[in-house]
Design a protein around this ligand. Structure first.
Ligand SMILES: O=C(O)CCCCN(CCc1ccccc1OCc1ccc(-c2ccc(Oc3ccccc3)cc2)cc1)Cc1ccc(C(=O)O)cc1
Length: 183
């Protein structure tokens, strides 16, 4: 993952729990890096160790940490220089989700080490979406729930997200049903 992800985790923990708690998490994760370089690529394992350590230190399930991070990521990237990229990706939830792969393609042009997931979205019925999430990374489905919630906030839309299929149950990809209602 690019360092931007680990930097965002650092910034979220420091903003919500303070620098001392971050230092404890960093120690427990056995991560010696003090400052993550956004444009550097780091092993995914480092990010997983940070989430696991945060779960232990904060006494929260890793899924809750990943969901909170997904929600934080949308606002964080909008403020950290990707606001235009996000703005051009859509004004409604279905539009944004349908443009997510294009968004990643755009980022990937400048940053070739990006290894993005793939999202496919269809409108089942009025204000109900079905989201397919394909990734070579495992265990990040709770982050996707948070990302969709973060998009709801970003797009001023109420969302209810339910995972309907799970790779961890043996399916080949994760699926979600999203009820959404623009405010
Ligand atoms: O891999 C998985 O299965 C789950 C990954 C979920 C994280 N994605 C979230 C995608 C997303 C979903 C909903 C709403 C917004 C979303 O992201 C918007 C976005 C996506 C990528 C970036 C991005 C920009 C620059 C990056 O790298 C940099 C950073 C600074 C300087 C140079 C390169 C890395 C990611 C910014 C905003 C973004 C992403 C972040 C990093 C990577 C990667 O490093 O491979 C791949 C994807």
């Amino acid at each position: 993952m690019y360092g931007l992800v680990n930097k965002a985790i650092h910034d979220m923990v420091c903003a919500r729990f303070g620098e001392e708690t971050w230092n404890e998490i960093q120690r427990k994760a056995e991560v010696e890096i003090d400052t993550f370089i956004s444009m550097e690529s780091y092993p995914d394992d480092l990010t997983h160790r940070l989430v696991k350590a945060a779960s232990l230190v904060l006494d929260l399930p890793a899924s809750a940490i990943m969901q909170a991070f997904g929600e934080f990521w949308v606002q964080y990237t909008s403020e950290e220089g990707y606001g235009e990229l996000m703005a051009m990706s859509g004004d409604t939830l279905p539009e944004f989700l349908q443009n997510l792969d294009d968004l990643h393609t755009r980022v990937g042009v400048s940053f070739p080490k990006l290894q993005p997931p793939s999202f496919a979205c269809e409108e089942l019925e009025e204000q109900t979406l079905h989201l397919h999430y394909h990734s070579h990374r495992d265990g990040l489905a709770p982050m996707v729930v948070g990302l969709v919630k973060g998009l709801g906030t970003h797009l001023n839309t109420d969302v209810e997200v339910t995972q309907t299929q799970s790779k961890s149950d043996g399916a080949d990809h994760d699926e979600f049903t999203i009820q959404y209602n623009p405010n």
